[in-house]
Ligand binder design. Structure first.
Ligand code: PLP
Length: 261
């Protein structure tokens, strides 16, 4: 036993029964990075390496009660949000987060790698108007940028314009994940004044399930450990790069990234 309490990080997201993404990826990341991970479950997916076979949202009351339980007793040093599924859940979570004085990382989850929708189309407006203004960092991929702002990124030169459009929705920082562009992956981080580009070598590994959840959780963990946003993102990128390098086959489809590297 030790009397030193690690920083506490909360994920508010969906469960992945296959253990590769969502809440399960978040908690594995937090454990690997030395923070105490906690989870408010917004939706439960039936999911494996082949895709999402179905999902069920929890009642808003159940999500609210989980938030109250964690925040009322344990407290948090950082929060990460992922799959929130519906307008009422986005609204419920945003309302609670707006009252917090801690870093918040919003992964504006839209669809899975398999193309399965994880957010009702009518929830997009609520994400824009209620959730993004609470965010310290928002981490959209290029598809989510298009969904949120209408900006289509086709080359690296478009990334800053996309980030500026995301910043207009109210987060303090935008981290645009350019991994789907041709060539080596590049992500752009900006608060509108400062700009950082993070590049990595592309790994020839298709087992990348859970990458987005892992990155956002790693950023939240490093913020809870006391890093400023640029350093937290740099360290989170290094963690995800290692996790992708170790991604392994599982089932008949796309396997998960590795948290035990
Ligand atoms: N399942 C859940 C519950 C998620 O939150 C996410 C992504 O955020 C996914 C699946 C999709 O993960 P991926 O796109 O890495 O396959």
């Amino acid at each position: 036993m030790t009397d030193s309490t690690p920083p506490r990080v909360l994920t508010v997201a969906g469960s992945d029964s296959g253990g590769g993404a969502g809440i399960q990826a978040d908690l594995k990341t937090m454990m690997a990075l030395g923070v105490h991970g906690m989870s408010v479950i917004a939706a439960v997916t039936a999911q494996n390496s082949l895709g999402v076979q179905g999902y069920w949202e929890l009642p808003a009351e159940a999500v609210r009660a989980q938030l109250d339980s964690v925040l009322g007793d344990i407290g948090v040093q950082a929060v990460k949000t992922g799959m929130l599924a519906s307008p009422v859940l986005v609204e419920t979570v945003a309302e609670v987060l707006a009252g917090l004085d801690t870093p918040i990382v919003v992964d504006p989850v839209g669809v899975s790698k398999h193309g399965d929708s994880l957010l009702a189309p009518e929830a997009v407006e609520t994400v824009k108007s209620r959730l993004l203004p609470t965010a310290t960092v928002v981490t959209p991929n290029l598809w989510e940028v298009l969904q949120l702002t209408g900006v289509k990124v086709e080359q690296e030169a478009d990334l800053r314009r996309a980030a500026d459009a995301v910043l207009e929705l109210g987060p303090a920082w935008a981290l645009i994940k350019g991994g789907h562009l041709p060539g080596d992956p590049v992500d752009l981080l900006t608060d509108g004044t400062r700009e950082f580009r993070f590049t990595a070598e592309r790994h020839d590994n298709r087992h990348t399930h859970g990458t987005g959840c892992t990155l956002a959780s790693a950023v939240a963990s490093h913020l809870a450990l006391g890093e400023e946003v640029p350093a937290a993102v740099e360290k989170a990128k290094a963690y995800v790069t290692g996790a992708i390098a170790g991604g392994f086959p599982l089932g008949a489809g796309i396997g998960p990234v590795d948290h035990a590297w």
